[in-house]
Ligand binder design. Structure first.
Ligand code: IFM
Length: 773
């Protein structure tokens, strides 16, 4: 029996108690370690057939074969250790396991696994500790203690090394490369990715605390390891410490590109750390973590302690998954915690994760939006190959200039028995306005003028240019429409005039026109420069002719905004069974996508996301009606759905309902369901946890360049403390049911914001009384 165990006494710890090898995936993902440069699932040291051992280095994409898309390769495994005790292979699947605990300290990133293991006459207590350094991005460390609980000595053999036999579900991305022992101390392996030709250097060194240890090196195909043999006396304790590092030829913190030089660099680092203990290395990493935790901490005063734990969990993961060090890289939909979605970046970044960074770590946000600027080449390539102009962003992105990398074939179709075609890479086009929206939010929140002038405006014009060429004229109705798309609701393919797509495209074009007007007036030189680069004059004339004729689906007599041209005519079915299930693929055990396409079944917030992101466009009453119409038809099969519902329902004053969504949303990965996270954590939902708290209940929003703060706490919360950065000012907020108190240093610019129709100017301290909701 295994289960997740969370306690009110430790709001920084997630723990699994009891071992069951059927559910390894859960903690491998939710207890993943990392530092944004690398991320690693917390697979056990010893092996199990049901495990998924993955370690990824951000941005090291490789395309294994011509007919595959590029993906983040699962790099050789460093954590691996086998224990052979009195000739018996140690495994938790045999013998008696007691007091099993696997726990992650979210505060300092240390993973601990401990248990007693009894097998025949053997009785041992094991403690495994490990971390990925936040201070030294290349560095990983593991420390294992074995205590003999019996009166008889046991013979121990430990095999520990570097294993390059791991694959991405069968795709082996590496040429084997050289391997060997250096200075009699460190083992190294130097594989190279077969297509992108990135060189990797893996190094590992061991220290054993035991008497009379004999050692022997061994190599196998793509493997190098050390064997250590010793006797552990009665009641004695032994320990093995493994120090590891990963470097690549695309690292941006050193200029070495040749393997020999990188090898030497890795050895030099190992040697430099010789006199620093495991605990000291952990401590310096913890100090780096602490810097992050001190930035805008969130405190929730509530009996429901899991709410507080959830924001610690979300922030921990948001930081280990984000390659903040390198603007050529972005966040994968599963972070660096699993092979799901191949490490690719989606709109999840702009709509779900970027807001957290915009408001709390603008430097990281800048790197994420710069990635999209570097992606303009890939976006041009995609637009041109589809016969369009401007920048059409790829639905799934890997290296910024790669263009589209969405795979074409997916899961089995239960009716035809064939693979289902994944149309998103061809027709899920709202990503282009999502990127524009994200970039605009970044400049609005940070006030980063330099980025705006040098990069953001270009993206905003180039994406509008794409929409200008994408719009189709409908002569019968004298409007421009967008046909044959997939909206956020991916259960509807090849539909016309998806409301979210049309409205966001309209916003993109409208904003570009307004920007051009403003730049011509205030920064003519900059406008001329962009005009020369993008041929804006011609584009803007054509956009100006089209913009007012872009078809924006209007509410029906009942006030419902049609999700697309045909949605409201489709039949409805009872979704209770699917909405209440633990897993999200139930619908496809009964229907294929073709059939789901014919029903009013929505996978995730679509119209409702539009109402949330562009709230100023729609009156309260209309939002309410649409919420009540669409939510019952939504299965929330995408982890991107619940947070939007939580925020929108909070905006609508449905705080009890909102809090139910909140609880479900915070449990997507953390919850009891032990198969939830097998393919990796749900990155967007973690950004969603922050948004639900700060946007939903803290009431912060950036609307049309205007900061708004209208908090409303759920019943279960007495007080919420949070903070954010805005235009270089750091603001602390304390919300209770009665009031909101805002504080900032009295030495910068005043911060202007609106709250319930009033405009405020925050100089230093401000107390606003809230009406009871
Ligand atoms: O981007 C999402 C999409 O909206 C729903 N399917 C999963 C993708 C990656 O998270």
């Amino acid at each position: 029996m295994t289960k997740m165990n969370y306690t009110r006494d430790n709001l920084w710890q997630i723990e699994e108690v009891g071992f069951d090898s059927r559910y390894l995936g859960k903690t491998e993902s939710i207890m993943a370690l990392g530092n944004g440069y690398l991320g690693s699932r917390s697979a056990t040291e010893e092996r199990y057939p049901t495990e998924q051992r993955d370690t990824f280095v951000a941005g090291t994409f490789n395309k294994f074969a011509e007919n595959e898309v590029s993906e983040l390769p699962n790099v050789p495994d460093l954590w691996w250790m086998d224990f052979i005790i009195n000739g018996e292979h140690f495994s938790l699947e045999k013998g008696i396991v007691s007091h099993f605990s696997k726990r992650l300290n979210l505060k300092n990133g240390e993973l601990i696994r401990e248990f007693d293991w009894a097998f025949g006459t053997i009785e041992l207590h094991f403690i495994f500790r490990r971390f990925v350094s936040k201070k030294r991005r290349h560095y990983l460390s593991s420390f294992v203690t074995i205590e003999n609980l019996t009166e008889a000595a046991v013979n121990i053999q430990i095999r520990s090394g570097i294993d390059g036999q791991v694959t991405n579900n069968g795709s082996q991305h590496f040429y084997e490369g050289e391997k060997g022992l250096v200075d009699g101390k460190y083992i190294q392996m130097m594989p190279q990715t077969n297509e992108s030709q990135i060189d990797f250097v893996f190094t590992a060194g061991h220290r054993i605390k035991a008497e009379n240890v004999r050692e022997r090196i061994e190599m196998g195909r793509r493997q190098i390891f050390m064997n250590y043999f010793f006797d552990l006396p009665a009641k004695g304790t032994a320990a093995i410490e493994k120090r590891m590092s990963i470097y690549t030829s695309i690292d941006n913190d050193h200029s070495d590109r040749e393997v020999t030089a990188i090898r030497q660099r890795a050895i030099t680092e190992m040697e430099a750390l010789e006199d620093i203990s495991f605990d000291e290395l952990l401590q310096e990493s913890a100090e780096k973590w602490n810097e992050m935790w001190q930035k805008h901490p969130i405190e929730i005063d509530t009996e429901n302690f899991e709410d507080q734990l959830a924001i610690h969990f979300a922030k921990y993961h948001l930081h280990i998954m984000t390659p903040a060090h390198d603007e050529r890289m972005n966040i994968g939909a599963k972070g660096l915690s699993g092979e799901g979605y191949k490490g690719h970046t989606f709109w999840d970044t702009e709509v779900f994760m970027l807001p957290y960074f915009n408001f709390t770590h603008p430097d990281i946000a800048k790197s994420l939006v710069t990635y999209r600027y570097l992606g303009l080449d890939g976006a041009h390539k995609k637009a041109t190959s589809n016969g369009y102009e401007g920048a059409q962003y790829p639905w799934e992105a890997a290296n910024p200039s790669d263009g589209e990398v969405t795979p074409v074939w997916g899961a089995a179709d239960i009716v035809t028995g064939q693979s289902t075609k994944i149309w998103s890479g061809f027709i899920e086009q709202h990503i282009t306005s999502d990127v524009a929206f994200g970039v605009k939010q970044y400049i609005d929140v940070t006030g980063d003028k330099e980025f705006a002038e040098q990069k953001a405006y270009e993206i905003l014009f180039d994406t509008a240019k794409f929409w200008g060429s994408r719009l189709e004229y409908n002569a019968e109705n004298d409007y421009y429409e967008i046909k044959d798309v997939i909206g956020p609701d991916e259960y509807k393919e090849h539909i016309n005039n998806n409301a979210y797509t049309n409205y966001t495209a309209h916003w993109n074009v409208t904003y570009a026109l307004a920007l051009a007007k403003e730049l011509k007036r205030s920064q003519p030189e900059l406008f001329n420069h962009l005009n020369e680069k993008l041929g804006l004059d011609a584009v803007l004339d054509s956009l100006a002719e089209k913009v007012d004729k872009i078809f924006l689906p209007q509410p029906t007599e009942e006030g419902i905004i049609p999700q697309d041209d045909s949605y409201l005519e489709k039949k409805t079915i009872d979704l209770t069974k699917y909405k209440s299930a633990d897993s999200v693929d139930g619908l496809f055990h009964d229907y294929n996508l073709e059939q789901v396409n014919q029903m009013q079944i929505t996978k995730q917030a679509d119209v409702l996301l539009l109402l949330y992101l562009f709230e100023g466009l729609f009156p309260h009453e209309m939002k309410l009606k649409n919420f009540e119409y669409y939510e019952p038809r939504t299965t929330h099969d995408s982890s991107l759905s619940l947070s939007t519902h939580a925020i929108l329902s909070a905006d609508l004053g449905k705080l009890d309902e909102s809090y139910e969504f909140f609880k479900k949303a915070r449990n997507i990965d953390m919850g009891e369901y032990m198969k939830s996270s097998d393919d990796g954590i749900h990155a967007a939902s973690l950004g969603g946890i922050w948004q639900m708290i700060v946007f939903g209940y803290g009431g912060v929003r950036m609307i049309d360049g205007q900061l708004r703060i209208e908090p409303h706490l759920p019943k279960a919360w007495k007080r919420l403390t949070y903070g954010f950065d805005y235009h270089g000012e750091s603001i602390d907020v304390v919300v209770t049911k009665e009031s909101v108190e805002l504080t900032k240093e009295d030495n910068g610019n005043n911060v202007m914001f609106v709250s319930n129709g009033e405009t405020y100017s925050l100089k230093n301290k401000l107390l606003i009384t809230l009406e009871e909701v």
